[in-house]
Design a protein around this ligand. Structure first.
Ligand SMILES: [Mg+2]
Length: 408
């Protein structure tokens, strides 16, 4: 069996999805997601210029050897661009493998460990009352877990993932008006003073059963993060996400010494070497890698297995930057993983997205039920894809009030 061709598509409804389609001499094709948010053209070029010319003629069933060939063969290893490109190839090869076997991918991993996988939604508010309305909206829809973010009184501009005006909602962080980012201004002191009380009010409004998550988005220094974690401990958070910048795996030691709040980190990690110390030292409770950025199913499954040895559960990244192909790969891992925790869930559901990526994965009452179709269980409509093209976008950048550049 041989790979005969592969194509890359960039574009989508309000997103620049990077979609890889690998064709074979037996008519079976595989699909993968290489979307690297706001840098989408780079994994696309890496695939087109270097990886696809090497893929042609390879046996698609040898997904492990192909992964090693690209990873070791590049000499310069890791990095988000490479790992997103390898991730798309790996997803597509697993898709082919599942189709050849006539089985959904979770069966190839070891079968189902649960009926459905709990997901969490993003509730946001310009202020706390606006956030309460947003949380109530998701609770009414049956969500059991909600990530909560709101504006901070006196903060010079809207804080992370928060709308500037009430009732607006803000699920898409990227701004597609151009390549130059907007600037947000951050004030750590105001955040530290306000947010613990706001989280306590949310807990008292919604009661003990709602799983409440909060994302600090890398804004605190290790000492500040430890103080914040201690302050929010009575709230009983499901997790505190990205309390410190993710590069420093030792930064969480201080927090861990001072608080038992569950910690989730890893959405920007792209390999097992970004998180092996964190996992082995049991400094985190949830690992947040994504199948796209972290080198595909083959590599993420290794991370999940390492995490399982150390009581670390999964909480895969599920921002809208991941296409339904990545979310499907994660749905299969979530169905199987003995150490599954929760899944961030933002991508599916718009009619345009469903038309571009037809699938039978189901979402109901805050749970995802994985499709039994062979492979990933998601297709890609090339006619729909022709409606879209690449639009340059950017995340905001963050500065302190004196102009110092800070962590987004
Ligand atoms: Mg996050």
């Amino acid at each position: 069996m041989k790979i005969t061709d592969a194509k890359v598509f960039v574009g989508g409804p309000a997103k620049n999805y990077v979609t890889l389609k690998i064709m074979t001499d037996q008519g079976v094709y595989g699909l993968g997601d290489a979307t690297l948010n706001n840098r989408e053209t780079l994994p696309a070029a890496y695939l087109q210029d270097y990886l696809i010319p090497n893929l042609i003629g390879m046996d698609p069933r040898n997904s492990e050897d192909i992964w090693q060939f690209f990873y070791r063969g590049a000499y310069f290893r890791r990095g988000p661009i490479s790992m997103a490109a390898f991730g798309a190839i790996d997803m597509a090869l697993w898709d082919i493998k599942g189709k050849l076997a006539g089985m959904p991918l979770y069966q190839l991993f070891g079968g189902k460990s649960r009926d459905g996988a709990m997901v969490y939604a993003h509730a946001t508010g310009a202020d706390l009352e606006d956030l309460m309305d947003s949380i109530a909206h998701y609770v009414e829809q049956g969500y059991k877990a909600v990530r909560v973010q709101c504006g901070i009184p006196g903060m010079p501009s809207a804080s992370y993932a928060v709308p500037e005006t009430k009732g607006e909602g803000k699920h898409y962080i990227s701004d597609f008006s151009g390549i130059r980012p907007k600037v947000e201004v951050w004030d750590t002191d105001r955040y530290m003073r306000y947010m613990p009380g706001a989280l306590a009010e949310i807990r008292s409004r919604f009661g003990p059963d709602l799983k409440i998550l909060h994302d600090v988005h890398h804004r605190l220094l290790p000492r500040e993060a430890a103080e914040f974690a201690k302050a929010v401990e009575p709230v009983g958070l499901y997790w505190l996400e990205d309390p410190t910048p993710a590069e420093d795996q030792d930064a969480l030691r201080l927090l861990r010494q001072h608080s038992t709040v569950p910690v989730a980190i890893g959405e920007v990690f792209n390999s097992i070497y970004d998180c092996n110390k964190l996992i082995e030292a049991e400094l985190i409770d949830f690992i947040r890698v994504a199948v796209t950025y972290a080198g595909g199913i083959t590599h993420v499954k290794r991370i999940v297995d390492l995490a399982g040895l150390h009581h670390v559960r999964t909480g895969f990244h599920g921002a809208p930057s991941h296409s339904p192909l990545c979310m499907a790969a994660q749905a299969h891992l979530n169905a199987w993983a003995p150490n599954f925790g929760i899944q961030e869930y933002l991508v599916l559901g718009t009619p345009e997205c469903d038309a571009l990526f037809p699938s039978e994965h189901q979402m109901e009452n805050g749970m995802v039920y994985v499709s039994d179709a062979p492979g990933l269980g998601v297709d890609f409509d090339e006619k729909e894809a022709a409606r879209y093209s690449y639009a340059p976008g950017s995340h905001p950048v963050v500065r302190l009030q004196d102009g110092t550049l800070w962590n987004y």
